[in-house]
Design a binder for this molecule. Structure first.
Ligand code: NCD
Ligand code: ZN
Length: 343
């Protein structure tokens, strides 16, 4: 095959940031994706519907003329979140999900949840109105090894939350382990799981063997090869509960290369090229459209995009970094030559 046309993809987990960084990265997502679930971990976080509305307006103002893109806004769940504000934001169509960060799990998650009983009224209200909860699934206990934090979260936090809140729609975000794949596969249609581009490509050796590679450091951190293979298998299987959430998370090179560097891989520019190659390698090009363009809308109850995107078998070139007024941002390097270009 030398050409493949897909319903236009959506990104079900994206960090656009704000200000100069947003202006630099937004066109790269809008070039390929019709819609994206926008992460609310700004400083300060997007907690209220008023903040989400203002952030949405800033995104639309930063969109270059002639491009179209629909930001699907989320609210950052805190122990002080007002269930009525959440319900109103959902009813107005502004907000498509609520984001749960365990306090301290990742970039700008200090206002996240430590006491899960405190958010029970909001979760119950969300189950009633059908508003999905997007979950960063890692425990933060210092005595739990960082490579085990996702698996432990499923047992200690995720499964108890789902049992206590029947009907709550939950997205396990950026899953990184076979444990998460197995858990997701065993659940009913109220559970979805996103998989990033980079977790289909790298394992923990890419970060740590032969010198430390800060640009491959993200959270949840990439795991052993057997886990990467389980993710590839899930993504390319065609199973409806797995869909693309790139977790494209730009940080300036200066912030990535600190002694305590930031977590995040910036994959917005080359995600579609990488995915076409991954799916082709696994003999599953016919499953690419489900993963990037159909399974996500089905989970969120939204229409599949009517516009399309075409990939052709022409080696693309990507700049090694995107410039922002805050400084350069390195584009994720898959470590192999790409063969598919977006037309
Ligand atoms: C994200 C970021 O930088 O905001 N970083 C990352 O490594 N994925 C936060 C997140 O999604 O965990
Ligand atoms: Zn993220």
């Amino acid at each position: 095959m030398t050409t493949i046309t897909l319903a236009r993809p959506d990104d079900w987990h994206l960090h656009l940031r704000d200000g100069a960084m947003m202006r630099a990265v937004l066109p790269h997502s809008a070039a390929h994706f019709a819609r994206a679930i926008i992460m609310p971990n700004l400083v300060p976080p997007v907690v209220t519907s008023a903040q989400a509305k203002a952030y949405r307006d800033r995104i639309m103002a930063a969109l270059p003329e002639g491009m179209s893109f629909e930001p699907l806004m989320t609210l950052y769940l805190t122990e002080d979140t007002d269930p009525n504000d959440v319900a109103a934001a959902h009813a107005s169509g502004l907000v498509k999900a609520v984001k749960l960060y365990p306090a301290g799990a990742t970039t700008n998650s200090a206002s996240g949840v430590a006491n899960f009983d405190a958010v029970r009224p909001t979760l119950e209200r969300m189950a009633e109105i059908g508003l999905p909860l997007c979950v960063h699934g890692e425990v933060t206990d210092h005595d739990i090894d960082i490579f085990d934090r996702e698996a432990v979260f499923i047992d200690r936090v995720l499964d108890p939350i789902r049992r206590a809140t029947p009907g709550l729609r939950v997205v396990m975000e950026h899953i990184t382990t076979s444990n998460a794949v197995d858990y997701a596969r065993a659940q009913d249609g109220t559970l979805g799981a996103t998989i990033t581009t980079h977790h289909l490509v790298i394992n923990r050796n890419h970060i740590l063997a032969g010198g430390i590679k800060p640009h491959y450091y993200c959270l949840p951190v990439a795991k052993r090869e057997e886990h990467r293979l389980a993710l590839r298998n899930a993504a390319t299987s065609g199973a409806a509960r797995f869909f693309l959430g790139t977790d494209s998370a730009p940080h300036t090179d200066a912030n990535k290369l600190l002694p305590c560097g930031c977590a995040g891989c910036f994959t917005a520019p080359n995600t579609m090229s990488i995915l076409a190659q991954v799916f082709e390698e696994d003999g599953a090009l016919d499953k690419l459209e489900g993963f990037t363009s159909k399974n996500g809308p089905a989970f969120y109850g939204l229409p599949v995009n009517t516009s399309t995107i075409t990939l052709t078998k022409i080696p693309p070139t990507f700049p090694p970094h995107v410039d922002s007024d805050d400084g350069p941002v390195t584009v994720f390097d898959p470590g192999f030559d790409l063969t598919w270009s977006v037309q």
